[in-house]
Design a protein around this ligand. Structure first.
Ligand SMILES: O=P(O)(O)O[C@@H]1[C@@H](OP(=O)(O)O)[C@H](OP(=O)(O)O)[C@H](O)[C@H](OP(=O)(O)O)[C@H]1OP(=O)(O)O
Ligand SMILES: Nc1ncnc2c1ncn2[C@@H]1O[C@H](COP(=O)(O)OP(=O)(O)O)[C@@H](O)[C@H]1O
Ligand SMILES: [Mg+2]
Ligand SMILES: [Mg+2]
Length: 366
């Protein structure tokens, strides 16, 4: 896993592009679809918002140069009548679409035990589905999404990675104060809707300062201990084996004064949005310092393997005053890559590496 902290030098990348053009072929060409002797067709099933933020002109132009074609999938028509696709990129939550993909994956995992399946495989040779619907589903629940981080128990010379202590409340808001006391959670608590389903409502969070205010919350939700972190969070993007980290503004620390002077619930909409980039802001260096590369590499690699996902990001905070204690508080499938510096090159290289690996496997007969 490679961590990039700085954006790529565009001029340098353009020079590389020029080098890869047919008139001036370098001796060791970078991975291209041509290596596998085919053009690469990437079908996508994404929301309009995602198409706009992800399929930006620079990505499309770079893709064209590498013989990669992005084709919109019509989810209302059978997949077998479209494509064929080499890769399917998707982030749709409806059941019908998930079933379509499950059928594709099921056919791929089975032996050729019927003519129908063989025909299907011949029509759809080795389509790579990014990523399996059941693995994505795991991130739609704020309790299950952090389980792998907790199980990982990552602690080494570079630091310790934990999850905040949390409690799930399914119903009955009146029972929350006693449930919190019983679980021994310390206030303030962040209340997050249990299910993340792509709606803005699932990003409406609240901060509860005192126990009595807890019964004003609206289950089902996750109650998570608030961790002071100096108001900066680290967004760690994963694209296959590559990871990149950026800083974002976050919620400010809560102090004793806040705790004594707030008796209600403080509700806030989505915090982590495009407008709160903290890369250029003047921040205390001890707060702004990025987490150590080897720690991010280990965490990214382990999460990728354990979650069975190749396209995701996670939000990480460092406990204020503790140089080496980190908390993962959120994991998102196919996030806003358009906000990740240099995502175009990273993404195209990733798509090409998928084909190259497939090609190598085909050559070795495995
Ligand atoms: O809209 P964007 O580009 O800000 O991306 C959202 C993500 O923002 P980020 O890239 O982490 O800053 C956003 O991340 P956060 O949850 O805000 O940390 C989610 O991934 C969101 O998807 P969903 O609503 O949970 O399905 C993402 O929304 P979709 O684009 O997938 O609808
Ligand atoms: N346990 C926590 N401690 C401190 N701040 C938190 C905690 N959980 C969330 N936050 C703040 O709330 C924001 C949104 O929470 P998050 O879990 O990332 O939800 P979303 O999926 O809506 O982004 C975070 O980016 C961070 O600023
Ligand atoms: Mg988040
Ligand atoms: Mg999220």
């Amino acid at each position: 896993m490679r961590v990039h902290e700085d954006g790529p030098d565009d001029k340098e990348r353009e020079a590389e592009e020029a080098e890869a053009s047919p008139d001036l072929m370098p001796l060791s060409p970078p991975p291209t679809a041509a290596v596998a002797g085919q053009r690469l067709v990437v079908g996508y099933a994404l929301t309009k918002k995602k198409v706009k933020s992800f399929l930006q002109p620079k990505l499309l132009s770079l893709a064209r140069k590498k013989s990669i074609h992005f084709v919109s999938i019509d989810e209302t028509r059978p997949l077998s009548e479209q494509g064929p696709f080499d890769i399917i990129l998707h982030k749709l939550t409806d059941k019908e679409w998930q079933q379509v993909l499950e059928v594709v994956l099921e056919h791929q995992s089975k032996n050729f035990d019927s003519i129908k399946q063989r025909d299907y495989r011949e029509e759809h040779p080795e389509v790579t589905v990014l990523d399996p619907p059941n693995a994505i589903q795991h991130l739609h629940n704020r309790q299950s999404m952090l389980q792998e981080v907790a199980d990982l128990n990552l602690s080494n010379v570079y630091g310790e990675v934990c999850t905040p202590r949390q409690l799930v409340i399914m119903k009955d808001p009146l029972s929350i104060p006693s449930a919190v006391a019983k679980a021994g959670l310390t206030l303030p608590l962040v209340a997050k809707p249990l299910v993340v389903d792509g709606t803005s409502k699932s990003h409406e969070l609240s901060l509860a300062y005192v126990e009595t205010s807890l019964s004003m919350l609206d289950p089902p939700l996750v109650l998570q201990e608030f961790v002071n972190h100096g108001g900066i969070l680290f967004k760690v993007y994963v694209v296959g084996e590559t990871i990149r980290v950026v800083r974002r503004f976050s919620l400010p620390d809560v102090n004793i004064y806040d705790l004594e002077n707030n008796d209600g619930i403080f509700r806030f909409p989505r915090v982590s949005c495009a407008t709160n980039n903290a890369e250029d802001a003047e921040v205390d260096p001890s707060i702004a310092e990025l987490p150590p590369k080897p720690l991010l590499e280990k965490l990214g690699r382990e999460l990728r393997r354990r979650l069975g996902l190749r396209l995701f990001n996670f939000d990480m905070i460092r406990e204020h005053g503790r140089k080496d204690r980190y908390y993962v508080i959120d994991i998102n499938y196919f996030p806003g890559y358009g906000k990740m510096p240099g995502y175009e090159h990273i993404f195209i290289d990733f798509l090409l590496s998928l084909v190259q690996n497939k090609y190598k496997r085909r050559l070795s007969g495995s």
